[in-house]
Design a protein around this ligand. Structure first.
Ligand code: ADP
Length: 303
């Protein structure tokens, strides 16, 4: 089966510079993939490219083996953007009815379950809902569409912990029952633990880590040892810190190095924090994080 996503030399440039450059990665079908990185790293750009709402400036991003200009591909993909465009004047029930009418393969039960779980009144107007409630309606529309690929840009940011937990459960069961590939960006690291099985770490417009999560974790160690006199081969160290007389380091190897080090396998959060605290050099010409930009270049998101 073709991978859900396959990037080869993928790059996207805005007027301010490159937001993504030289990206090569594969996300196999059926995975739950976390896209992690600081603000301005290029996560939304990557998801918009996958949703075909942006075009690549160089290279390509194949979706289920198909190039960007394949007709009919959008029906297989649902994309929940951060701004979650919904019609404020419609009610919850009318919004779901619109989803049903626009999507031939509509799963009413899946969509309704997400709305019911949040105890949303069918006659409530979208404009009167809180940010988290609108997120819920957007996710209901996305799951109702029965996509093969579900792209979620910071889906949980405005949800309370119970709603997050419920919605993560709905997403995981969609993935388990239908084999839906889910690609979700997040900077709330604990929320990804136990959910994702594939990782893309984006930093300054480059892919810094990509692959099966367990394999990535197996290929790293957290080391603890004395701050003085404990050497480590330079090429292995992702991040090294000293606190008083103790030093800790995240290293890229599954084999404990020689020396007075205690080695443990990192958890997802240890791994991500280590990389995020020690950013690699930016791609030449990459737009600086948080540069002023006009979001109008991004096409309107569709449900
Ligand atoms: P993230 O989702 O990781 O926060 P983005 O993909 O939104 O990152 O942005 C990556 C870089 O591209 C940033 O430097 C941002 O300022 C720039 N950028 C994003 N969207 C636009 C746009 N529409 N026009 C110009 N620059 C943009």
């Amino acid at each position: 089966m073709a991978p859900a996503l396959e990037a080869v030399g993928l790059g996207r440039k805005y007027r301010g510079g490159w937001a993504l450059r030289d990206c090569d990665f594969t996300v196999p079908a059926g995975r739950i993939c976390g896209v992690v990185g600081p603000n301005g790293a290029g996560k939304s750009t990557l998801l918009s490219l996958a949703a075909r709402q942006l075009t690549a400036t160089e290279g390509e991003l194949r979706v289920f083996g198909e190039p960007a200009d394949t007709p009919g591909q959008r029906a297989r993909v649902a994309y929940v953007t951060q701004d979650k465009p919904l019609y404020p004047g419609l009610t919850v029930a009318e919004t779901l009815r619109m989803g049903r009418e626009l999507n031939p393969a509509w799963d009413e039960d899946a969509a309704q379950a997400v709305v019911d779980q949040g105890e949303l009144r069918p006659r409530a107007r979208i404009g009167s809902l809180s940010g988290g409630q609108r997120t819920r309606v957007s996710l209901a529309l996305a799951l109702g569409k029965v996509p093969d690929l579900l792209l979620l840009d910071e889906p949980m940011a405005d949800l309370d912990p119970l709603a997050r937990n419920q919605l993560m459960g709905s997403l995981m069961s969609a993935a388990a029952e239908r084999g839906t590939t889910i690609v979700l960006s997040s900077h709330i690291l604990p929320e990804l633990d136990g959910v994702i099985d594939h990782l893309l770490l984006v930093q300054r417009g480059r892919i810094r880590l990509a692959g099966d999560l367990e394999e990535i974790l197996d290929g790293h160690l957290l080391l603890a040892g004395p701050a003085e006199g404990a050497e480590l081969p330079d090429g292995l160290v992702i991040e090294r810190r000293a606190a008083g007389r103790r030093a800790t380091a995240l290293v890229r190897t599954g084999e404990p190095p020689a020396g007075p080090w205690e080695a443990t396998r990192p958890g997802l959060e240890d791994l991500l924090l280590g990389y995020l605290r020690a950013p690699a050099d930016p791609a030449p010409g990459t737009a600086p994080a948080n540069a002023a930009h006009e979001k109008h270049e991004k096409a309107e998101a569709s449900a």
